[in-house]
Design a protein around this ligand. Structure first.
Ligand code: NCD
Length: 339
């Protein structure tokens, strides 16, 4: 065989085997526009990171000498700490900037703050902001990987991924990443929830069916366009579901919720309501929980509750997101994607 032809036949299958789907962008802004295989690529990577996120695990060295800056301009406990831990478990240097949103003059000062972080050497900025599109805006203003940690009511992609991971783990679908036949209910304040939007995107991409439920003012018809069913009856959503994600009533965003007592009477996940779920079903909440409002304390503390697992899984998911973004920006080699 002539050398050229030999080269061609040998190169083709090797090239194919060497190119598993990878997150294509140095930014992680949302899941609604992502291809299912790109979402799978992040979850596969998260699965590889998971043993390295456990207590006592030796930190990976993929991001040694790199800097990850948290720029949180809205309150957060879980997401901020989890991104910090994820970056440190990859041996990055972390910077943590939390500013009271009211003191930030959005347009110019956001731009200036981000420029300052990059001038100090930040390779990645993790941003939480009250305005939808803030993360996208930053991608145009600074030369760094941008990771969206929640922008207004728009998206919270790492939460969507960790929720999908928790469901995949509970129903042994992490290997296949095929969620067909799994039914997930998302209940509560949908209108104000970036978590719901990212959850729907991740879960439907993997083939799950999603039914959303909320009181009419908090569950607008537009949600159907995201690829889920919509009802205004909590029991209908819960009936036979494998998993339920309860959403917090976002009093800081929702003007017209009415009294929390009325809301709790009509919408709280009580033990009786949870009885409608299928056997083996799990109960989830992105946190922070309002016990006694959207969820009854005994359900929150029941064996079905997966809230602590959700929190724990946030770390490997964010490790995967950092690795994928750094690799797409050509700051780390492909070998770093096989921890
Ligand atoms: C959520 C958020 O901030 O979007 N929390 C979180 O990130 N774990 C949901 C909420 O605030 O209700």
């Amino acid at each position: 065989m002539p050398a050229r032809a030999r080269q061609r036949t040998a190169a083709r299958p090797a090239a194919r085997a060497a190119a598993p789907p990878r997150w294509p962008s140095p930014h992680i802004l949302g899941l609604q526009d992502a291809k299912p295989n790109d979402i799978r690529a992040l979850l596969r990577l998260a699965l590889r990171c998971e043993p390295h996120a456990r207590p006592g695990a030796k930190p990976l060295t993929a991001l040694t000498g790199r800097t990850v800056a948290n720029l949180f301009l809205e309150d957060s406990t879980r997401t901020r700490l989890s991104f910090t831990l994820a970056a440190r478990r990859l041996s990055a240097i972390t910077l943590d900037l939390t500013t009271n949103a009211s003191s930030v003059n959005k347009g110019e000062s956001l731009h200036d703050t981000a420029k300052t972080l990059v001038a100090m050497g930040a390779d990645a900025i993790v941003i939480r902001h009250a305005s939808a599109g803030a993360a996208l805006l930053l991608t145009r203003e600074v030369d760094a990987c941008i990771l969206n940690a929640g922008d207004g009511r728009h998206e919270h992609p790492t939460q969507g991924l960790l929720d999908a991971f928790a469901i995949g783990e509970a129903f042994s679908r992490l290997k296949s990443l095929d969620f067909s036949g799994i039914r997930v209910a998302i209940i509560g304040d949908l209108a104000n929830s970036r978590v719901a939007r990212s959850d729907i995107a991740a879960l439907t991409a993997l083939g799950a069916s999603v039914i959303c439920a909320g009181p009419k003012p908090l569950a607008p018809d537009e949600f159907r366009a995201l690829g889920c069913d919509l009802t205004h009856d909590p029991d209908e959503a819960l009936e036979g579901a494998h998993a339920v994600q309860m959403l917090r009533v976002q009093t800081e965003r929702a003007a017209a919720v009415g009294s929390l007592k009325e809301y709790a009477d009509a919408w709280q996940l009580t033990p009786e309501r949870a009885g409608r779920l299928r056997k083996g079903a799990i109960v989830m909440h992105p946190g922070p929980m309002n016990r006694g409002v959207e969820i009854h304390p005994s359900v929150a503390d029941s064996a079905r509750a997966r809230m602590e697992r959700q929190v724990a899984l946030g770390v490997p998911v964010r490790m995967a997101c950092l690795l994928a973004a750094f690799h797409a920006k050509k700051l780390i080699p492909a070998s770093a994607l096989k921890p």
